[in-house]
Design a protein around this ligand. Sequence first.
Ligand SMILES: Nc1ncnc2c1ncn2[C@@H]1O[C@H](COP(=O)(O)OP(=O)(O)OP(=O)(O)O)[C@@H](O)[C@H]1O
Ligand SMILES: [Mg+2]
Length: 471
Amino acid sequence: MSDNTLLQLMANPIVECMLDALDEGIVIVDRECRIVFYNKTLSRLEGLEKKDVIGKILPKVFPSITLAESTLWKVMNTGETIYERVQGYVNYRGRQIKSVNTTIPLYDGSQIIGALEVSRDVSQVVNLTEKVTELQKTLSKTTRRGKAAFSFSDIIGCNEKISEIIQLLRKVSHTTSSVLIYGETGTGKELFAQSLHSESPRCHKPFIAQNCAALPETLLESILFGANKGSFTGAADKAGLFEQADGGTVLLDEINSMGLALQAKILRVLQEGAVRRLGGNEDIPIDIRFIATTNENPLELVKKGRLREDLFYRLNVICVEVPPLRERKDDLLLLCQYFINKYNLRFHKKVIGMKPQVQAIFEEYSWPGNVRELEHVIEGLLNFADSGLLSVDQLKLLSFGAFQTFIEQKKTEPGDQNIFKQESQLAEKQAIIEAMKLCCGNVSRAAQHLEIRRQTLQYRLKKHGILNPRS
Ligand SMILES: Nc1ncnc2c1ncn2[C@@H]1O[C@H](COP(=O)(O)OP(=O)(O)OP(=O)(O)O)[C@@H](O)[C@H]1O
Ligand SMILES: [Mg+2]
């Protein structure tokens, strides 16, 4: 590919149409740094018209950037790609822009004939990040003054494995070793992490949890590491969460969702006990206890190349596997009663427990969402029940995904074993007894009261074995 073919390729309307349709801005320059392609997205981002830039050399279009400073020029001279470089500038329309750029040299065989730059506009996300960082700061202040939300005494359960985990975590709470907690969603991983912090000598220092799946990599990095003036997160110097958590505990939640490049940087923090802000050049010492959680088997993650082996060994000094609820059904009743009490208080209700049929259904169900799902089901049920025992009829009113499907299946089960049919039979028997009492055993009047035919009531009295004191 010569300079000429580069020009020909860029003049192809199909290529132009494809590149214009991208969400990323694209600029391509030839060996002399002359712009040969400039897509619509970049034109919007920079506030420049295509026709005003095509064919011009870079310093003519952007007089504030010298050739030596230009990343496009740099990659043509070094032959090396520059990945995800953060850039902040004011565009031609006066708008503050923050973008993440990757710049790639273009080769014709072994000869460099130009360069391409891909720009992702992150201005809005950066604003959001700043808000998140501020909120996290406020949160950490609250935690610092008060105490972490949970302690071991809040963990409900007498299952052997759960008791062993609590015992182990209590023991290691006084050290600084990293802890890896592995378990399915909703098993209580965060509860254990918070309890560990509450029990530790760090309990008066911050406990900061950051979900690694919630944010794009570059933002997560700036939130964790902070940034110095002029870099990604704007004008002022900002401490990241690691600095804010100094002396305390950081929970890296869902570490399995973190990209490998950031994992390498986390490893460095763990090994060196220091952080370097984005755009900064000094190492800031920090004293943090790290806890990480994953809802996938960490060894499998290492095998699949999604968790760096070196980071795994560094985090896995103490490893805890929280069993799913279906493997600790011995805790089910205890947890149910705990959540019933919790929502009685919250909703001003007087539910005292649940009927054996409800208990049987709960024991049979596999609880894929674990304790969190159980809590939501009980909360839902306490919306319908005011007092007494929770019944299977109330279960039918719930509208939860997997649990609802399970209930639907149970409702269609054939035969006398069907708990729902049993319950409606019981309800029918109760209604007939009440009606007969009310009508002093007069079958005709009771039938009228129940709005059924007299013969039907006779049949049902016999079926349920209800004796009429009058006969
Ligand atoms: N043993 C327990 N006793 C009381 N509440 C519990 C217990 N286990 C979990 N919970 C409650 O269940 C909910 C989910 O717990 P938590 O957030 O710790 O789960 P998780 O394992 O971190 O889930 P995810 O992987 O989805 O983040 C919380 O409301 C928590 O208080
Ligand atoms: Mg969690």
